[in-house]
Ligand binder design. Sequence first.
Ligand code: SF4
Ligand code: SF4
Length: 309
Amino acid sequence: MTRKKTMAPQRFDQRQTMFAVHPPAPGAFDGVPGESQGHSMVAYAKTRAASRTFDELQNACACGPKVPEKEPCSLGPAELTQAVLTSAAEFGADAVGICAVREAWIYSCDHSGAPIALPKRCDRAVVLAVAADVDRLQDAQPLAANAETQLSYARSVFATSLMAHFLQVLGWEAQASTNDTALSIPMAVEAGLGLLGRSGLLLTDTHGSAVRLSKVFTDAPLEAAARSGAELQPYCRRCRVCAKACPAQAISMDSEPSYTVTGPWNSQGVLRWPVHAQRCYDHWRRIGSSCSVCQAVCPFSRQKKQLPL
Ligand code: SF4
Ligand code: SF4
């Protein structure tokens, strides 16, 4: 299925994600513990502990931009920016950057159909990446790999929550966001964290695509990163490692990126190789857990390649 070619990214409706179209039952992707299936009870317990922690922290941060705790601190933009960038590592982030917020990245509606509108004054975002262990993502036991995925989500929401509270205590509004509210990947590219790959994932300079992304929207006068203008397409055009390894044939083998979409799950107006999210999601449902093959096999995830940033 193709749509009219356009250069302008259009706002994405979160109801079009697979998780919104086919809401999974609680625990649907937590796997089934049992040695006969190669799943260990320990890995299962890690998965459940991580997803509970994620849900608790996510719910605690999910009620819109919090009011600042006091008048904004006297730090100027440069000092404040430096404080945010250096503190992010202490909060557990493996990469951090700052971008100006574009309306095109904000979801038009959330998964329940409620319109999303951030306050215009929250025109900056701190974008965070938290790495997963690529060897554990490639564990032969699917539940062990799934546990690492869930643990990295828990570490990500923890770092994001800390960053949001940090800005609030300094006197600014701040809203923490993981996969909700806005498209993380274009924000991460704009913030200088990495580049979009054939796999539909962000590839970072330090951990390739083995990262979880999140962001904190704020009205703090932070200095945004300058865009490098680099792109990964010349490399992904030849590589195709993720597409060949995908067990669901969900990643495009096309020679060239395009504005083609494979379904409503692809945002429109973006030049890239579109991922067939329905095939990916159906694979997750078949195996009863998440899949990380495309993250684990990408040469950048093992730092065998330097990104052209
Ligand atoms: S997560 Fe697995 S099924 Fe989905 S695109 Fe990546 S490799 Fe394919
Ligand atoms: S595996 Fe190769 S083609 Fe796929 S995203 Fe990584 S570099 Fe690009």
